[in-house]
Design a protein around this ligand. Structure first.
Ligand code: NYM
Length: 212
């Protein structure tokens, strides 16, 4: 590779923290400033695996808990060749959820350890930046009510937040906690600032592997 590689930037957080709004705004702002950037989201419901996941989330089908965890991971792995191709071309990827959601949501179910949940995602492209949109359960409760999908329950989301907090103690990752209780524009400014630093730093560094 001769040119600069793109940065892998992930947005994580509990449901309703504003990840999708902020990912869209970030891609637009990066493009406006001359940084090639594209958005991705997980689960990617457009693939065959993604359709199985989507049908589970909308409760049209039931899947065994380990099985659905592995499908979420497979849905990331099937997009790895495309992600690497884009990053190598110098395109930064802004990704709405990644392996951290995978681990936080499954390990919030009884009988699942963080270690077991992490293992299928070991070796995925390692993010250069993980932005965690922090919103307390009380603040989340003031936003519009949950939809009807699986996992959209306040008690479950509380456990998910605890699991995210455990994942954020990992010093091998560049976690940045963003206070998501502020306005859309305030959050956006912070997110853009962190992202531009990450893009600069990633440009001259090889892409690494997650949790390895
Ligand atoms: N989710 C998302 C998981 O349980 N595991 C995963 O690996 C990922 C990426 O799917 N409640 C959950 C979190 C969400 C749901 O996400 C769908 P979205 O962003 O609402 O499409």
């Amino acid at each position: 590779m001769t040119g600069r590689r793109g940065a892998l930037i992930i947005l994580e957080g509990v449901d309703r923290a504003g990840k999708t709004t902020q990912s869209t705004k970030l891609v637009q702002a990066l493009q406006d400033r001359g940084h090639p950037a594209e958005m991705m989201k997980f689960p990617d419901r457009t693939t065959k695996i993604g359709q199985m996941i989507s049908s589970y989330l909308v409760k049209a089908t039931n899947l065994e808990d380990h099985t659905v965890h592995l499908l979420f991971s497979a849905n990331r792995w099937e997009l790895v060749p495309l992600m690497k191709e884009k990053l190598e071309k110098g395109i930064s990827l802004v990704v709405d959820r990644y392996a951290f959601s995978g681990v936080a949501f499954t390990s919030a179910k009884p009988g699942f350890t963080l270690e077991w949940c992490k293992s299928p995602d070991v070796g995925l492209p390692k993010p250069d930046l993980v932005l965690f949109l922090q919103l307390s359960p009380a603040e989340a409760a003031q936003r519009e009510t949950f939809g009807n999908e699986r996992y959209e329950r306040a008690d479950f989301q509380k456990t998910v937040l605890q699991r995210f907090n455990q994942l954020m103690t990992d010093p091998t990752l560049n976690w940045q906690v963003i206070d998501a209780a502020r306005t859309i524009e305030e959050l956006h400014k912070d997110i853009l600032r962190h992202s531009e630093v990450a893009i600069e730093q990633a440009a001259t560094q090889p892409l690494k592997e997650l949790w390895k």
